[in-house]
Design a protein around this ligand. Structure first.
Ligand code: ADP
Length: 384
């Protein structure tokens, strides 16, 4: 059953902001209504000064949206992009990270995060040496699996590593890293990330339950990413791996606008269709002046665990050939392997649980190439 936007707006006209004596639609507070299948998402723009006091209003709006026929999930956040509710947000906010009203896995009664001082505008995250973005043209090619095992491999080399799961459409790092619970915000400003297998992790998945569909428009994604970059207590890190959403969009753009990315890694499967999308991702990084560290071919070949017969299910070697054609480093191939899937999906990634297996060694070799890459070398030299 498809959801009718007008019905959602009509339902929201019943939600009254007592301070204004008007419903939230007439008061121009409802912004960015997006309907995707049975999921509805929008923001309520509020005066930052009213912040926490408006949680009941947010909940009432969420309940009203959920009451519309066909709506199965509703994601509603309070935003304070502009001092005057109703005026359309413009480009990425230049000041402090706006109060999204979303604390990690916001629960009833939680106070929204308070804005903190603007980050130093030199593209750095305090204490973080290298920011490495892991991207893919399309979803399902194993970008998150690679990000997670790469982070663990770097940690196994003795590096201090953080993993920022910015894949808002399918945040999977908490599950892959076997992290449960939610990060705390003791002072309402700083988010204390979680940690497992020696890797510090923060995820969009902590901010919205794993099951919840996230239908966020650009400015809301920008705010959430900015908070995750600058309000998380990352500590001292050699590498912050950023697991990007698939494709080319607002999160990628915001990341390159907000911080100096040391380099990007593009993950692809070998077949043509995935490679076509990977080329778009590479093109995006070129346009954003983000250096590319190299390409990885995932699900490269399948070796039968019973008879050791090798089958090239998705073809083989496409990413290597493409990297060569583009003059980019090829960082390695990861086989299509049942243990990689089972262990990742059960919260014990192969590099952590079977570090000496041939599959884990593939990831560890890639990590060594990343550490030795000119992009990482240049960034270190640039900071000396
Ligand atoms: P993406 O981040 O690109 O959407 P994921 O990393 O979530 O992709 O992987 C999608 C699915 O494929 C997951 O179930 C994961 O365990 C599995 N997977 C990823 N890489 C491999 C691999 N090399 N061998 C077997 N399964 C894999």
């Amino acid at each position: 059953m498809s959801v009718d936007r007008e019905q959602v707006m009509a339902a929201l006209r019943n939600v009254v902001d007592p301070a204004k004596g008007a419903d939230i639609v007439s008061a121009g507070m409802v912004q960015g209504l997006a309907v995707t299948g049975s999921a509805v998402g929008f923001s309520i723009e509020v005066d930052p000064a009213r912040g926490a006091a408006l949680e009941p209003l947010r909940k009432a709006a969420e309940a009203a949206a959920r009451g519309v026929p066909g709506v199965e999930s509703a994601t509603v956040v309070l935003t304070a992009h502009s001092a005057t509710p109703g005026s359309a947000p413009k480009a990425a906010p230049a000041g402090p990270p706006p109060d999204l009203g979303v604390s990690p896995r916001a629960k009833a009664g939680d106070k929204p995060l308070a804005p903190v001082a603007p980050p130093p505008n030199d593209g750095r995250i305090e204490g973080v040496k290298h920011i490495i973005a892991v991207a893919s043209g399309k979803g399902g090619v194993g970008k998150s699996t690679v990000s997670c095992n790469l982070a663990l491999s770097l940690a196994a080399e003795g590096a201090r590593v953080g993993l920022l799961d910015a894949d808002v459409y399918g945040p999977s790092q908490p599950r892959m890293l076997g992290v449960t619970g939610r990060p705390s915000t003791p002072d309402g400003k700083t988010i204390l990330p979680l940690r497992n297998y020696g890797v510090t992790v923060m995820s969009m998945g902590f901010m919205v339950g794993e099951e919840e569909s996230v239908v966020w428009r650009g400015p809301m994604l920008m705010s959430a990413l900015t908070q995750m970059l600058h309000q998380v207590a990352w500590g001292t890190l050699d590498y912050l791996i950023v697991d990007l959403p698939p494709g080319t969009g607002d999160v990628q753009l915001t990341l390159s606008q907000k911080v100096n990315v040391t380099g990007a890694i593009v993950v692809s499967t070998p077949q043509d269709i995935a490679l076509l999308d990977a080329k778009k991702a590479l093109d995006m990084f070129r346009k954003m002046n983000t250096p590319v560290i190299g390409m990885i071919e995932n699900m490269s070949t399948f070796i039968c665990p019973n008879c050791s017969h090798e089958t090239q299910i998705f073809g083989h070697g496409g990413a290597r050939r493409e990297a060569e054609r583009l003059g980019l480093p090829f960082l390695g191939e990861i086989p299509l392997d049942i243990a990689i899937r089972e262990l990742s999906d059960s919260g014990a990634p192969i590099v952590a649980s079977r570090p000496d297996s041939p599959q884990a060694r593939r990831f560890r070799d890639i990590a060594k190439l990343v550490m030795a890459s000119p992009e990482v070398g240049r960034a270190v030299a640039g900071r000396a």
